[in-house]
Design a protein around this ligand. Sequence first.
Ligand code: FES
Length: 104
Amino acid sequence: MVVEVCPPEELPPGTMRLVPAGSLTLGVYNCAGAIHAIEDRCSHDDGPLCEGEWEPELCVVVCPRHGSRFDLETGIPLTLPAFESVPVFAVVERDGMLVVELPD
Ligand code: FES
C-alpha cells in the first residue's frame, strides 16, 4: 500500500503532519531535512503518540499520555514507561510527492 503524504515543500524542516494510512495513522516528521514516519500509536498504552510535543533538534517525539520519548528514526523508546519500539516506515520522494510504502 502506497500512502501519499504531501509534496516535499509542504513539509519543511521542523514541521510534521498526521497522515491516514488505511487502518493506521502515521506521524510524518521533517527533522532538519530528514523525513521520518512513525505509527501514531504508543507502544506503552496505545496512546496517540504523535498528537503531543516533539523535539525537532533531537528528532524525538514525546507521548502526550505518560511522557515516554521515542527516537523518530528508529522508533526505539528513550524513556519509560514505554519499553517496546513503535513501528517506523521509510519515506521516499516519488514524482514530486513524499510517499510511504506500507507492507500489505
Ligand atoms: S501511552 Fe505513551 S507513554 Fe503511556
